[in-house]
Design a protein around this ligand. Structure first.
Ligand SMILES: [Zn+2]
Ligand SMILES: [Zn+2]
Ligand SMILES: [Zn+2]
Length: 128
């Protein structure tokens, strides 16, 4: 693994929440140029070391977010007020996906699922 690739992976493992490609490029600008960051994100995803999804929000627009794949595939909640990501745990959809495969006779390789709304802290703050 190249040094740039390793530092991108280390960063994703360390933050433990989805990071947008542009944010990642900014965070690592001392270590490598944006093109290298984007190229290596593709590489990590192709090799199942990272996973990504596209999310649109009022604060950040449309961005692709990456997470390290370690510890299994997770799903996320994004707060529309404070723009934090909250880990909602590992995937609970395996059984449903299997049923889809049987019902439609196709093979599922991937799925994207995230929730958006108002987080607990923002909900409480609104009540005060
Ligand atoms: Zn919030
Ligand atoms: Zn947001
Ligand atoms: Zn899942």
């Amino acid at each position: 693994m190249t040094k740039a690739r390793q530092s991108i992976l280390d960063f994703l493992l360390q933050v433990k929440e989805p990071v947008s490609a542009s944010d990642l490029a900014k965070q690592l600008e001392h270590a490598c140029d944006p093109a290298t960051v984007y190229r290596n994100l593709h590489y990590l995803e192709d090799h199942n070391l990272a996973t990504s999804f596209i999310l649109h929000c009022s604060e950040h627009g449309t961005e692709r977010y990456y997470t390290a794949q370690e510890g299994g595939h997770h799903h996320w909640f994004h707060c529309e007020k404070c723009h934090r990501f909250i880990d909602i745990g590992s995937c609970l959809y395996e059984e449903q996906l299997k049923r889809f495969e049987e019902e439609h006779d196709f093979i599922i390789h991937d799925h994207t699922f995230f929730l958006t709304g108002i987080c607990h802290a923002c909900k409480m703050a609104a009540l005060l």
